[in-house]
Design a protein around this ligand. Structure first.
Ligand code: 11C
Length: 340
């Protein structure tokens, strides 16, 4: 006996990946419903070798459904998640709406699996931001060994983080560069993204940071340890899928680069690719469609007492969103709901 599973936002980048990953990982599904907004009712989406027709999320009765994976953005989540939760369906939400609510667990299964049990508070579990998810998978085992004091991270984030419109803008703008009269002006992004980089993701905060940068700080504290100080610079780059991060870590205790490499090699969710030669590292295009968070360029930072640098790459639509959500569903299934 399996679960009755809902995927809300099934036509979006993340919703489609949720369906793919549920099928790939053979999540025990008895029945599945793909939900979307009114304009996408009837749109067909794939679930393994099956095709599902999207149903209207408005008015959908979640009673009797076990788990709902939500990828519909904060505004729609605000409307529909409380309905699903109150009808007894556990919501695993990919938006930022509930992440900072102390009552709601924010879970990365490799890092804080026990937090999933707090789902009971509101029948809702939050999925972190993509740039945080991959970083904390790498930080946690190193923190357990040498206690992290401070993290300085610069991100190189793909346009798929901004949804299909972001991907279309990069594609059309790049093509338009070569066709006189077909130039595409910035619309989804604040400046040209083709052949450029933009140091701005999400809205600006009062202190000059962006919300994306603030999320990395707040979410790392909630998931790993509130004592860890994080400072981030988040940058959009002309890459379709795969976020990269240059991470500088300062520890309380000394951690040798070789030991760090061994620890990361043994850690769940991580693949170390770290040869000190041309090509001996991972680039975002190689992470596409994969589950792993890849770590390369592990090296001592001798400019601080106990410092380490590393390069971290992952598929932002997978570990950064859909995969993490499905892993939470698996955790919930194994630890709490126990069917399948
Ligand atoms: C981006 N990280 O790359 C964002 C997308 O809070 O879930 C995901 C935003 C979020 O633009």
């Amino acid at each position: 006996m399996g679960y009755k599973v809902v995927v809300a936002g099934a036509t979006g980048n993340v919703g489609r990946e949720m369906l793919n990953i549920l099928a790939e990982r053979e999540f025990p599904v008895d029945e599945i419903a793909a939900l979307a907004s009114r304009r996408s009712i009837g749109t067909e989406v794939s679930f393994g070798d099956k095709t599902l027709k999207c149903q209207d999320i408005e008015g959908f009765d979640f009673t009797g459904w076990d788990i709902a994976l939500f990828a519909i953005g904060s505004d729609a989540t605000k409307k529909y998640a409380p309905i699903a939760a109150s009808q007894g369906c556990v919501v695993i939400d990919n938006s930022s709406l509930y992440r900072y609510d102390p009552q709601i667990p924010l879970v990365v299964p490799e890092v804080n699996p026990d937090a999933v049990l707090d789902y009971k508070n509101k029948n809702i579990i939050a999925n972190p931001n993509c740039s945080t998810a991959q970083m904390v998978v790498a930080l946690k085992p190193l923190h357990d060994r040498a206690r992290i004091k401070r993290v300085v991270v610069s991100t190189y984030q793909s346009v798929s983080g901004a949804g299909k419109d972001g991907m279309d803008e990069l594609w059309n703008q790049t093509k338009g560069m070569y066709v006189p009269g077909q130039e595409v002006a910035p619309s989804k992004f604040s400046k040209q993204i083709a052949f450029n980089v933009i140091p701005h993701i999400d809205v600006f905060m009062e202190d000059g940071t962006t919300k994306e940068e603030w999320k990395m700080v707040a979410e790392t504290k909630k998931i790993v340890d509130p004592k860890i100080k994080v400072t981030a610079t988040c940058v959009r780059v002309p890459v379709f899928v795969g976020h990269s991060e240059a991470i500088n870590i300062e520890f309380e205790d000394f951690l040798d680069e070789d030991e760090a490499r061994d620890i990361l090699r043994e850690s769940p969710g991580i693949l170390v690719v770290d040869k000190r030669e041309p090509g001996g590292y991972i680039t975002p295009i190689e992470s596409v469609g994969e589950y792993a968070t890849y770590i390369s360029r592990i090296r001592q930072d001798s400019t601080v007492e106990n410092g380490l640098n590393l390069w971290c790459v992952s598929d932002n639509l997978r570990k950064g969103a859909a995969l993490n959500a499905v892993q939470i569903a698996e955790l919930l299934g194994n630890r709490v709901l126990k069917k399948g």
